[in-house]
Write a protein that binds this ligand. Sequence first.
Ligand SMILES: NC(=O)c1ccc[n+]([C@@H]2O[C@H](COP(=O)([O-])OP(=O)(O)OC[C@H]3O[C@@H](n4cnc5c(N)ncnc54)[C@H](O)[C@@H]3O)[C@@H](O)[C@H]2O)c1
Length: 340
Amino acid sequence: MKTEQMQTGNIVKPLRLGFLGMGWIGKNRLDALVKHGVARPAVISDVNMENAMAAAMDDTIVCDSMEKLLLESSSLDGVVIATPSALHAEQTIAALEAGLAVFCQKPLGRNNGEVSEIIETARRENRLLGIDLSYRFLKTVSIVEKLIRCGDIGRIFAIDAVFHNAYGPDKPWFYDPELSGGGCVIDLGVHLVDLVLWMFDFPSVTSIHSRLYANGMRISGRDKGVEDYAAATIELENGPLVNLACSWKLQAGTDAVIGLTFYGTEGALSIRNFPGSFYEFKAERYRGTSCEILYDSSDDWGGGAILDWAGKLLQGGLFDKSVMEVQKVTEVLDEIYKNS
Ligand SMILES: NC(=O)c1ccc[n+]([C@@H]2O[C@H](COP(=O)([O-])OP(=O)(O)OC[C@H]3O[C@@H](n4cnc5c(N)ncnc54)[C@H](O)[C@@H]3O)[C@@H](O)[C@H]2O)c1
């Protein structure tokens, strides 16, 4: 079924989507689409059939491999991929080459080689490719982004970016660099790097200094194990210095510490979670020693990126070249590992 055929008068038929990987985030994103009435799970594929069955609706086809899912491609509008990160490149490319739009979890690939190949395939096949860079869709992020773009705090010269998850992932594959592509940098740092580069329209990066640790011991690269603490200093061309830190299982005294503070010559803007929550965020503006709260309510933001992709697909969206910017994010992550 082609997307352009689905819109009749004012009634928009929900997208028919295939879902590959129905673990924690796959189910969460499926629920967001169904809740908003924009898509239905036509096919769910997971090697763990229990996971697939638990998320299926009455008319959902359930299977256990990508090959079986793609047998249904002519009846699908797109595929949502939420499998372990090492599988993203192969599965996304196969779905795009089958003529389907794809929404893939972050990280899109384990390194810039994989990411570039995926994006080139989407461009060649002229298919809409979305990535779950979900933090772009926080209300606090959109408030701060607008203020930064209109020069509200003058010239920005420094950014503190932190993402500490005091639990760390609970699935073994996250700790195998072959399957995950790395530790807290590729898992959490990806959001921080993406937010900063995106808010500054993807400037060139002039230098990156980084250090990685595992169990309190310094490590280098990502071949032998995964880092659970990382610090990096990233210098942007004609722009601010970014001080980044992220971790798994840090003794942080709370569930999570997530924050992005932009320091300018006329003030500062901050986005931070509270109180240690993964779901509630505050936006604040600082002038000297005073603090103004700009936003401090909870925000149902997790489905933001997939709903955005689904909305574009419903409009017949094809390849969108803005996705190419993500290669710059992956280049920074690769350099953080390389320079460590
Ligand atoms: N956007 C975000 O903020 C965000 C948040 C959490 C996780 N993620 C990403 O989502 C992805 C999945 O993470 P998760 O926490 O849901 O993991 P998970 O382990 O809970 O889920 C993965 C699912 O994929 C299935 N699977 C494994 N191999 C498969 C295959 N060959 N074909 C089909 N299914 C297969 C597993 O059985 C499991 O159900 C990761 O890449 C992770 O980085 C993104």
